[in-house]
Write a protein that binds this ligand. Structure first.
Ligand code: FAD
Length: 466
């Protein structure tokens, strides 16, 4: 029945003089993921139609007419192998990423980070896409998954980003299940568990014994300690909200500093409430408790519960290190808050990033559940490789989770209670399985990742075709 309807729609459009995409793969969104995906496919000789709504229509964050626009900072973050994102970049380079080639060509001085001339970067990426004979760029907003422009495509890749136009995302929510789709992201910082002071932080659930041995780590505060933290939180520098981001705070995901603005006791009756806890050091109930919840199965990193924040990153370090037990906390990820359209990937996506309920529709980029410029491009690169090998009748296995790429892809597949998009970081990888000294851990993660990725690449070269 569906095929009959599609055929009828195709006939109708042809009769009406509306041109159909002649390719079998259609990509919606010419951002970081969409361009990277298109370029990988084109390199493999696969014809692609790429729909981009600009310049006719823009999200409030997109200002340039170019494709692959970096909407905010010009930093692609660390380029060092001892960081998750640095490793991811190295793996992308090894896979022939056009995003990385262009970024390296447009590099501007930024110490150990990779930063680019934004304008030059987007112009060069646009030129690459527009000059490729396998890519047909069409400037048009796709209104829904059933948009007539998508009729006849064997595969549809949705790479419309965290600010995907409304109609498209509503339609995606209908297809995937509205309960698995999110429009806003309130992100709390994540810290490395080993960097917490275990003589202060104690494990317990609220009301202790009733709830087993305790799923949470707890940082107890006296009234003086809380006072100090509270003042620092209130006065710390906040990242300015853009106009379109204001009025976005739902009660359930208020930034912790915005809650603090309501009064000195709001936090102690809210996310920092101490009821049901006894500090083992004093035998008394603390004045306030900051709870930490394990982020992954191996509990190597944990999330500061209820502390979603839009403080500047350096301020997050300064303020949260005032919490007892966190004086030397190392941050695996900083908190942030912005409009962010994404799906609960482990629930709605199959392992090839297709929608379980519509197997010919694939997601790439931030909308698929990764976070960040580099990660979004990596997601587009990966999907491009998967679809390109599939066109040749082959199947590509994922890189191992010990690698940066594999860890990021695994994040999209592991069900959790509260799924959130993630940057590439070592906390997504399996634990080291050895008692490593704190200062050696990053190097050990990196060395293991490099070895695992190299082995996978060597074994996959024939399938990859390069
Ligand atoms: C305000 C904001 C600031 C951010 N700042 C940073 C930062 O500083 N550093 C960082 O690492 N990450 C940042 N991110 C997160 C994220 O990494 C970027 O948004 C990244 O660009 C996502 O890549 P993408 O390819 O998924 O989407 P995008 O790069 O946004 O690309 C999506 C493309 O799809 C197009 N599109 C949307 N809907 C349709 C439609 N219906 N039909 C056709 N085309 C459509 C858009 O015009 C756009 O060109 C930020 C996100 C936001 C929202």
């Amino acid at each position: 029945m569906r095929i009959l309807l599609l055929a009828f729609a195709a006939f109708f459009l042809q009769a009406a003089g509306v041109t159909q995409p002649s390719t079998t793969i259609t990509i919606v969104g010419g951002g970081l993921a969409g361009c990277e995906c298109a370029l990988v496919l084109a390199r493999a000789g696969v014809d692609v139609t790429l729909f981009e709504q600009k310049p006719g229509l823009r999200s409030p964050a997109h200002v340039s007419d170019h494709l692959a626009e970096l909407v905010c900072s010009n930093s692609l973050r660390s380029d060092e192998r001892t960081s998750g994102v640095g490793l991811l970049k190295a793996e992308m380079r090894a896979l022939g990423s056009e995003f990385m080639k262009t970024a390296d060509n447009c590099r501007v001085p930024a110490g150990k980070a990779l930063a680019v001339d934004r304008e030059a970067f987007a112009a060069a990426m646009s030129e690459r896409v527009k000059s490729d004979s396998h890519i047909r760029l069409r400037e048009r907003c796709i209104a829904s998954l059933d948009d007539p422009m998508l009729v006849g495509s064997e595969c549809v890749v949705i790479a419309a980003g965290p600010l995907a136009s409304g109609g498209l995302f509503v339609s995606l929510a209908e297809a995937a299940g509205a309960e698995h789709c999110y429009f806003y992201d309130a992100v709390a910082p994540i810290v490395w568990t080993h960097s917490l002071n275990s003589s202060i932080v104690f494990r317990a659930s609220r009301y202790g014994a009733e709830n087993g041995e305790g799923d949470y780590l707890n940082c107890p505060m006296t009234s003086e300690e809380y006072e100090r933290f509270y003042e620092a939180l209130r006065t710390a520098h906040r990242v300015e909200a853009r106009n379109f981001e204001q009025m976005r705070h739902f009660e359930g995901c208020m930034p912790v500093e915005a809650l603090a603005d309501r009064g000195p006791r709001t936090l102690t009756f809210g996310p920092l409430k101490p009821v049901g806890f006894v500090d083992p050091r004093s035998g008394r109930r603390p004045w306030a408790v900051l709870q930490l919840r394990a982020e992954n199965v191996n509990a190597e990193t944990c999330n500061l519960v209820g502390c979603q924040t839009r403080l500047a990153q350096s301020e997050q370090e300064r303020v949260f290190r005032l919490v007892p037990g966190m004086a030397h906390a190392e941050f695996a990820r900083f908190g942030s808050m912005h409009r962010n359209t994404y799906v609960n990937a482990p629930e709605v996506l199959a392992s090839d990033c297709s929608l379980k309920k519509r197997p010919h529709v694939f997601l790439a980029g931030q909308i698929a559940g990764v976070e960040g410029y580099v990660e979004s491009a990596a997601s587009g690169l990966w999907l491009g490789l998967v679809l390109a090998t599939r066109q040749r009748g082959l199947a590509l296995t994922s890189p191992p989770p010990e690698s940066a790429f594999g860890a990021l892809l695994r994040h999209l597949q592991r069900p959790v209670k509260y799924f959130q998009p993630s940057n590439a970081h070592f906390g997504l990888m399996p634990e080291l399985g050895e008692k490593a000294h704190k200062k050696d851990r990053k190097a050990l993660y990196a060395a293991r990742a490099e070895a695992a990725f190299a082995q996978w690449l060597a074994a996959s070269r024939t399938i990859l075709g390069f």
